[in-house]
Design a protein around this ligand. Structure first.
Ligand code: AHR
Length: 655
């Protein structure tokens, strides 16, 4: 039905409805500071977001540590699995032994994550830890990137040879440059000559990673994060932090130090939904806490790590015995204190030294720490309290983030907010994955929040269309509308992060997501552009904006409009964001009240997001179907007149 109205309106070119919506921006009264952390990102290793996604590694099960040692691999010829490798926490490796016959081959082939995406002419760094076992002559490994389905004469897209000539474990490297682009290539190793060789930690990375780091990120995906200009970066989860049980919780200490020695962890999203089962989903921790902190720094966002509060995922464990008894929390609390030392401590401290050895002697200047993800019930404050006491004592400078549980309202939510206040949490993390009606009804959500309690962190939210859990345009529009309420309440809302961040088109468990990708390309959703418009137009101070004396929250009589305004002290501009969630054109008059007589805006611009199809989305095939369109606008003195198309979101900026 919605399509119908939009199409008719657009086709008939209906001009503004007769009624003019008069918005007044109180331009002379600069309001609450918009925190630099206001709009940010939330990263969780769900949907193959880390291994197989942002993390540049192209080899799956590179250390042969999956419970099925050769998952992701095909071994051929003569081989054996051995367990006395050079890396204590990843002891498995493969011994390859040739047949000593020129036409009989021994080797290994890796399928990557849904294949290995390689691009013609780009460089890929292959590396392997290897040695020749006692009694063997120096060996040669032929390394190939192949197209396993090739219909041409050869399967190989790139070939190199590596000579293994030492009996001690040594890292060998070679660069391969494929002759053509292939989204589903494989990596293949052939053993040459009458020899044996031991191989461990077999790796293939694009040379061109984000900022050129060897253990780096996929460039296009990291760039997409940078382009959001995020102010805060929450990681590494989400439910991943809690684990299905305590053994599989995210233990940050396992994610730092040399990558070869970071132990594997099961990814809880492997089996969370039995209709979306990925038996090969593990966390290599190659993208670990050091890399997260570094990425935060490089994209200009404050790091916000989340750590376990000693409660395994409460959705999956009703039983108290699945959790750490409060009296036994000490090691968990120590993990929190050690994390602060890892991030901020001097190089003379134990964990500061680990950071320095990894390449970052300077502190990461971490200011925020979240304890627990979506926890609930009395057990949560009971667990949280000793953390708060210990951290406050040693690190009063760190701002602590508690949780309001998994729901956006209700008994648990109402119980936890006062508890967080009692415990003195600095911010409370609220999550809402809700439908269209909910988003339409929440424009005023924060208008009456307690101004004396903890600040709000809208830590995970996305509009889940009823029966339409994909990134359709209408959901993004409602997120934009809802966010005007965050902005208007910048005095109490200090952070907001959409969720989840990434999804592989072949490996997702959860929709919608901000950025989709396959092995070669990525696509920014309309929700991404909404986040980006807020992130790049956040201004420095909130301004009061009203219509008939009331906040513009989509309330009755407001013609489906949601609006907010900010001032940007850096360039002296005024920014007004308006979402028109109605099916008609809306004629708007924005008056900037309180400016000196004679003041006249000299320039203006409008960035518009709109679509005639509410169900449309950006896809890998059509990545730019719906993107913001910018145009300059004329402004009359201190008044801005605009016609907003049905179902659209506009950002106006005047100077
Ligand atoms: O983002 C997906 C999941 O949603 C997160 O892990 C969890 O915090 C929430 O329930």
């Amino acid at each position: 039905m919605k399509h119908f109205f939009v199409l008719i309106s657009l086709l008939l070119g209906l001009s503004a409805s007769a009624q003019v919506n008069k918005l007044i921006v109180q331009a002379d009264k600069v309001g609450a500071l918009i925190q630099s952390t206001m709009y940010g990102i939330f990263f969780e290793d769900i949907n193959f977001a880390a291994d197989g996604g942002l993390y540049g590694e192209l080899v799956k099960n590179r250390s042969f540590e999956f419970p099925q040692t050769l998952q992701g691999w095909k071994a051929f010829g003569q081989w054996e699995v051995r367990t006395d490798g050079p890396f204590e926490r990843n002891p498995h490796y493969i011994r390859l032994k040739s047949f000593g016959h020129p036409h009989k081959h021994t080797g290994l082939e890796n399928e990557g994550f849904f294949g290995i995406g390689v691009k013609e002419g780009e460089a890929y760094r292959f590396s392997v830890w290897a040695r020749i076992p006692e009694g063997s002559k120096p060996a040669k490994l032929r390394v190939e990137i192949i197209d396993p389905k090739s219909s041409g004469e050869r399967q190989a897209l790139a070939v190199q040879e590596v000579s293994i000539d030492k009996q001690q474990w040594t890292k060998y490297q070679v660069v391969l440059t494929p002759s053509s682009t292939e989204p589903k290539a494989h990596l293949r190793l052939f053993l040459r000559g009458d020899v044996a060789v031991d191989v461990e930690h077999v790796s293939l990375f694009p040379v061109d990673t984000w900022r050129g780091h060897e253990n780096g990120m996929r460039r296009d995906l990291a760039q997409a994060l940078y382009d959001l200009r995020p102010g805060i970066f929450r990681f590494p989860g989400g439910c991943i932090v809690e684990g299905t049980d305590l053994d599989t919780r995210y233990n940050w200490k396992n994610s730092v130090g040399p990558v070869e020695n970071r132990p594997l962890n099961q990814n809880r999203w492997q089996y969370t939904f039995d209709y979306k089962f990925f038996p090969d989903y593990y966390q290599s921790y190659g993208l670990g806490f050091y890399e997260y902190f570094l990425l935060s720094e490089e994209i200009g966002a404050e790091p916000l790590p989340v750590i376990s509060v000693g409660l395994a995922c409460q959705f999956q464990n009703n039983d108290e015995s699945a959790h750490v008894p409060v009296a036994e929390l000490e090691p968990y609390i120590q993990d929190a204190l050690d994390l602060i030392e890892f991030a901020n401590g001097s190089v003379d401290t134990k964990w500061g030294k680990v950071r320095a050895e990894m390449g970052h002697p300077e502190p990461f200047h971490m200011k925020f720490l979240a304890i627990g993800n979506e926890q609930w019930g009395e057990t949560y404050p009971q667990h949280l309290e000793p953390f708060v006491k210990a951290i406050r004592k040693q690190h009063p400078e760190i701002k602590l983030v508690g949780s309001a549980g998994p729901n956006s309202e209700g008994d648990q939510f109402d119980y936890l907010w006062p508890e967080m206040k009692r415990l003195g949490a600095d911010l409370v993390d609220e999550h809402f994955y809700r439908n269209e009606q909910w988003f339409l009804s929440q424009g005023a959500r924060y208008d009456n929040y307690d101004r004396k309690g903890p600040k709000v962190f809208a830590g995970e939210y996305a509009c889940h269309g009823a029966g339409k859990k994909w990134n359709h345009y209408y959901a993004s529009l409602l997120e934009a509308a809802f966010m005007t309420g965050l902005e208007r309440n910048a005095d109490v809302v200090h952070m907001a992060t959409y969720a989840p961040l990434f999804a592989h088109v072949e490996g997702w468990q959860w929709r919608p997501d901000l950025i989709w990708f396959d092995n070669l390309e990525s696509v920014r959703t309309v929700s991404y552009y909404v986040q980006q418009l807020y992130g790049t137009h956040k201004g420095t101070n909130a301004l009061k904006l009203t219509m008939n004396g009331k906040n513009v929250t989509g309330a009755e009589g407001q013609n489906g409009l949601f609006a907010s305004a900010v001032y940007d002290a850096q360039d002296g501009s005024y920014i007004v964001k308006i979402a028109n969630t109605s099916d008609s054109y809306q004629s708007i008059e924005v008056q900037f009240a309180g400016l000196k007589k004679g003041t006249s805006f000299t320039s203006g611009s409008r960035i518009l997001l709109t679509s005639p199809d509410m169900d449309a989305e950006n896809t890998i095939e059509q990545p730019t179907l719906i993107v913001p369109q910018e145009q300059t606008i004329r402004v009359n003195g201190q008044v801005l007149n605009a016609d907003l198309p049905p179902y659209s979101f506009a950002v106006y900026q005047v100077k």
